[in-house]
Design a protein around this ligand. Structure first.
Ligand code: ZN
Length: 88
């Protein structure tokens, strides 16, 4: 028998070297995770309230670019450029 924990893998953002990443697939027990940008590492689970105890993680630019491209969301830079163009 196993303890089943249901979660949305898109809400799990592993922090590696101070950057948070998006998972490329579902979480499996005792298995390494792989990020959208291709990093594989062994997961360690911590309480959410300890997430900022070692500084505020910043988003990985490569994961953000891949995530936005796959969903047709404009890049952060593209959004800023179009906003500036609309103001001029
Ligand atoms: Zn990444």
């Amino acid at each position: 028998m196993a303890a089943l924990i249901y979660l949305d893998a898109q809400t799990v953002h592993p922090v590696i070297n101070g950057e948070w990443h998006r998972l490329a697939g579902a979480l499996e027990p005792a298995e390494a995770i792989t990020t959208l940008c291709g990093i594989s590492d062994t997961p360690m689970f911590m309480p959410l309230d300890e997430r900022r105890s070692h500084g505020i993680p910043r988003q990985c630019d490569a994961c953000d670019t891949i995530y936005r491209r796959r969903r047709g969301i404009p890049s952060r830079r593209g959004r800023l450029d179009s906003r500036r163009a609309a103001q001029e």
